[in-house]
Design a protein around this ligand. Structure first.
Ligand SMILES: NC(=O)C1=CN([C@@H]2O[C@H](COP(=O)(O)OP(=O)(O)OC[C@H]3O[C@@H](n4cnc5c(N)ncnc54)[C@H](OP(=O)(O)O)[C@@H]3O)[C@@H](O)[C@H]2O)C=CC1
Ligand SMILES: O=C1CO[C@H](CO)[C@@H](O)[C@@H]1O
Length: 397
């Protein structure tokens, strides 16, 4: 391990649930010198658990002004990911940002441009690419080998979203900067149920389970099917939405189908939590708890095939050391390589989830041109590639 003097200086922005988890991982690999949260109590709680001097901020722009910070983690709600990440890269920092990276498809195009423009190292927090005993990497390798068949169907299944409301507007707590919390989102009265983990049940800040958990399995599905640099051509789906005022309003249950050139399909549905990949030659099932299926058993029974699978995993990980998702970020900061969950493939993964939401909201089949990254002949759908953003929190790139 590097000595404190050789370690880079890191800072964490958004230190609630997951943000404090990735912040602590980063603190184990670098010198954690600052943190920021619009809820000052969250920032103080995080800083108190760090050895040494971790300064606290409630405005991330002040933290980014510091020249001694080399890299940041971003664990805010989704509607802040792109703005903070772009500002951080332009301030010269490498970035590890949580998934789902974007709120809209246009934000994805913007952040890809800025990663290219600045040459910064950018890791997205889709840790299934690195962790869980490489089960997902093995599933990807098996699917990509052709062993399951040529035309594959991936069922990306995640839990339903929470329902609740109507909720009441109250006074924001004094430890919270509510204006900053809302950022680009439409201004509204404070409701405790919009904050502290629950942002993910509101379309204003998130795509619900479709993007929150959906992007984890859909990311692996696209990789497994060799579609991680493209997108579907047809998208259709049904979702149940609560349209009442002041209620959680993301799709509670959903079932969407995405068709790709070449005959592959990805189905994104609410139900259990697993990715099932099926072809005419076989079927495998993977989630964080296991990788199962006849092809998996056959490989495990053969030393030669087991070696083959381990080699394929190494190649998929581009021969980088596999030692955790945050470690991969730190390794890439040194080597300047593309991290394993790079911005370009993640943009495609989260775009697929956004497309599923748009098809459900419009309640019709959509035709998508994955090269142009636009709908074909559908101005209403095209208008949903971006959102109006509240000033001064607009994303400019
Ligand atoms: N990869 C993974 O396994 C996981 C990833 N995630 C991702 O992490 C992100 C955070 O989720 P989660 O931890 O559940 O949410 P939390 O609400 O627990 O944490 C978000 C924190 O960010 C704060 N915040 C909001 N806006 C800003 C801002 N502009 N600047 C600084 N801080 C801000 C929030 O304040 P307040 O508390 O007042 O809302 C809160 O403290 C999400 O994008 C989620 O998808 C989450 C879980 C696991
Ligand atoms: O992996 C995950 C675990 O669950 C969280 C929801 O509570 C998700 O946000 C997250 O991506």
């Amino acid at each position: 391990a590097d000595s404190p003097n050789e370690r880079i200086n890191v800072a964490s922005i958004g230190v609630g649930g997951r943000g404090s988890g990735i912040g602590r991982q980063a603190a184990g690999l670098g010198n954690m010198v600052a943190c920021c949260d619009v809820d000052s109590q969250h920032a103080e709680r995080f800083a108190a658990r760090i050895d040494g001097n971790c300064a606290t901020y409630t405005d991330y722009r002040k933290l980014l002004d510091r020249k001694d910070i080399d890299a940041v983690t971003v664990g805010t709600p989704d509607h802040w990911h792109v703005k903070i990440s772009i500002d951080a890269m332009r301030a010269g920092k490498d970035v590890y940002c949580e998934k789902p990276l974007t709120l809209t498809i246009d934000e994805g195009k913007q952040i890809c441009r800025v990663v290219k423009e600045t040459g910064k190292v950018f890791q997205v927090g889709t840790q299934q690419r690195s962790e869980n005993e490489q089960r997902f990497l093995k599933a990807v390798a098996i699917a990509r080998s052709g062993r399951l068949g040529d035309k594959l169907h991936a069922l990306s299944s995640v839990g339903e979203a929470s329902s609740g409301g109507p909720f009441n507007v109250t006074k924001p707590p004094t430890n919270l900067d509510w204006d900053m919390w809302q950022g680009q989102a439409p201004e509204t009265g404070y409701m405790a149920e919009r904050t502290h983990h629950n942002f993910r049940w509101w379309q204003e800040y998130s795509g619900g389970q479709v993007t929150d958990w959906g992007v984890h399995h859909t990311d692996i599905a696209l990789w497994a099917l060799g579609l991680d640099e493209t997108g579907p051509t047809k998208i259709s789906g049904k979702g149940t939405f609560n349209k009442q005022q002041d209620c959680y309003n993301v799709a509670k249950s959903f079932d969407c189908m995405m068709d790709f050139d070449g005959g592959h399909q990805i189905q994104l549905t609410s139900g259990g939590n697993e990715l099932v990949i099926t072809g005419d030659q076989g079927k495998i099932r993977v989630n964080r708890g296991g990788l199962t299926g006849k092809p998996v058993d056959e490989i495990a029974a053969s030393a030669e095939e087991t070696d083959w699978l381990n080699d394929e995993v190494e190649k998929l990980y581009r021969k980088m050391r596999i030692a955790g998702h945050m470690q991969n970020f730190f390794d890439c900061i040194k080597s300047r390589e593309l991290p394993i969950s790079d911005v370009y493939t993640h943009h495609r993964s989260v775009s697929a989830c956004h497309l599923a939401n748009i098809a459900m909201i419009l309640d019709r089949e959509l035709t998508w041109d994955p090269k142009k990254e636009d709908f074909v002949g559908d101005a209403e759908a095209t208008s949903m590639l971006s959102r109006e953003q509240r000033k001064p929190y607009t994303v400019d790139a």
